[in-house]
Design a protein around this ligand. Structure first.
Ligand code: HEC
Ligand code: HEC
Length: 465
């Protein structure tokens, strides 16, 4: 019996150690990531440069279901890391099973574009402006303030009552007040931090700084595809670079629509307003399959389908917003007359634009554990030691197994840290208590007891034998 209970404690403790944890003393590096020197486009505003503290807060917000009205949807529900932050579904499922009207967009290299407007139809004037719109969307996250939904102030009140946001906002901004501006800055910093530059294309471009020369690491087919992508028609090219310019493969801010004018779930309506595409990097994941259907209406489920579309742009008289570059001579639309080999080459080239790091790198991963919990450790050891107002006795020290705490009745949180600032033990207590510390290895630890009513803190170092 004793063995079993020991095992249970051990498993419990292990769980504390490996479960969703943000260590404020050991942040991921977001602010000085390697950006290849040939990348020159950057839409980061002067006033919202990426910093590790704020981006860490942004990561938590991005994955937090508390940002939706009924605690079921996070940004990451529709922007999944395993799919380059897009959604394999054509139409994403939002609040109460409602579906989005357009396909979710990949969030890769969003920072590296000339275009500063966001969404397929460019209705958001900046990323900062974009990121809180899904929260205020009735279908997506439900804090719209209309249709009987709560409004954004209610979200702020909700987040303000959550312990880890008190810590994280304070850590990121120097005080724990929450407002929309702070949420916007944190979420957009996190999204701008998501970058992918470990593709075969990047390897090749580093080896051969001339974009037009064949890349030494490419197959002849991939090099042919690259030429087709770069060269304009009618000179044997497919003209893709005219709107998706390398090496960022971001969208030309001045393009009109590309002839894809469908509306999800309708066979009769048209939507002429979509003139933005995410970067064409990471269309496919490392195993070569698509990170979700393509285009605003998710109508294309293979790269070949995309290439066939540009090979012969549909001539729809209803489309008075088709870009000039996709018009042919006379009243015709673009007809590239690509051969089967050329189509395959273009497809092979598009596949070289994918990296592998973004799909698994922990810095962009879900910080919550499976139960939706998160613990924030570190960054807390600087709290003033002598502020505790109640009389307290803690003995013995050194301690072998049980540590006794004598303390008047109240509401306290007990934490034990190692000297690296990691929390190893956490328990709520309400007065006198005996802690069984058998589980700790020999060494020096810090005991911290927080009075949850006054937020005053007692600290004591102790030795475990
Ligand atoms: C219910 C699904 C859903 C949720 C939740 C959601 N999104 Fe989106 N997201 C979409 C869809 C769909 C689009 C494209 C919508 C459009 O263009 O009309 C999109 C577009 C975007 C874009 C534009 C990308 C670009 O290149 O223009 C950004 C940025 C973004 N979402 C960030 C977020 C953030 C941040 C959150 C959380 C606060 C979030 N999304 C929550 C589905 C979702
Ligand atoms: C005139 C400008 C223009 C040209 C030229 C062009 N595109 Fe596009 N492309 C767009 C626009 C605009 C979109 C977004 C369309 C939408 O969803 O409504 C887009 C979307 C795409 C998408 C889907 C992206 C996604 O995330 O779903 C792919 C893939 C693509 N283009 C590939 C190509 C290829 C390959 C070529 C060359 C054969 C090409 N494009 C030429 C403007 C252009």
């Amino acid at each position: 019996m004793k063995k079993i209970s020991k095992l249970v404690t051990l498993i419990g403790l292990l769980f504390i150690l490996i479960s969703g944890t943000i260590d404020l003393d050991d942040l991921f590096n977001y602010e000085t990531q390697n950006i290849p020197s040939y990348i020159t486009k950057d839409n980061t505003p002067e006033t919202n440069q990426i910093n590790n503290e704020i981006t860490t807060l942004g990561r938590v917000l991005f994955y937090d279901k508390n940002l939706s009205e009924n605690n079921t949807i996070a940004c990451a529900s529709c922007h999944q890391q395993a799919f380059a932050f897009s959604d394999p579904l054509t139409s994403s499922v939002g609040l109460n099973g409602g579906n989005t009207g357009r396909h979710s967009m990949r969030l890769v290299n969003s920072r590296f574009s000339n275009e500063e407007k966001f969404f397929w139809d460019e209705r958001a004037t900046s990323l900062e402006n974009q990121v809180t719109q899904p929260i205020q969307d009735h279908i997506e996250m439900g804090f719209s303030g209309t249709n009987g939904d709560p409004d954004f102030n209610e979200l702020i009140a909700k987040l303000s009552a959550i312990d880890y946001y008190q810590t994280l906002f304070d850590f990121a901004y120097g005080n724990s007040t929450i407002n929309e501006d702070k949420i916007q800055r944190a979420l957009s910093q996190f999204i701008r931090s998501i970058q992918s530059f470990d593709s075969k294309f990047d390897e090749g471009f580093l080896q051969s700084p001339n974009l037009n020369a064949p890349f030494p690491n490419y197959t002849p087919q991939e090099n042919l595809g690259k030429q087709l992508f770069l060269n304009p028609p009618p000179n044997g090219g497919a003209g893709c670079a005219g709107c998706h310019a390398p090496p960022e493969f971001d969208i030309d801010p001045n393009t009109l629509n590309n002839g894809v004018i469908g509306v999800i779930g309708s066979t009769t309506e048209v939507d002429l307003t979509n003139t933005r595409s995410p970067s064409l990097r990471d269309l496919v994941n490392p195993d070569g399959s698509l990170n979700g259907p393509l285009m605003h209406d998710g109508s294309m489920t293979s790269l070949l389908q995309v290439i066939n579309h540009y090979n012969s742009i549909p001539n729809n008289p209803a489309n008075n917003n088709l870009d000039n570059r996709l018009q042919g001579p006379g009243n015709q639309t673009q007809q590239l007359n690509l051969t089967i080999n050329e189509k395959s080459a273009l497809e092979a080239f598009l596949k070289t634009l994918s990296g592998s790091d973004i799909y698994t790198n922990e810095k962009w991963s879900d910080p919550f554990d499976e139960e939706g919990n998160i613990s924030i450790v570190g960054g807390q050891l600087s709290i003033n030691e002598n502020s505790f107002e109640k009389s307290i006795t803690v003995f013995p020290n050194p301690v072998e197994t049980d540590m006794s705490i004598q303390l008047e009745t109240g509401n306290y949180t007990t934490l034990i840290y190692n000297l690296q600032g990691k929390i190893l033990y956490k328990k709520k207590i309400f007065g006198n208590e005996s802690l069984n510390l058998q589980i700790l290895t020999k060494g020096i630890y810090l005991l911290l007891i927080k009075d949850n009513e006054s937020s005053k803190v007692f600290k004591k170092r102790f030795i475990k034998l």
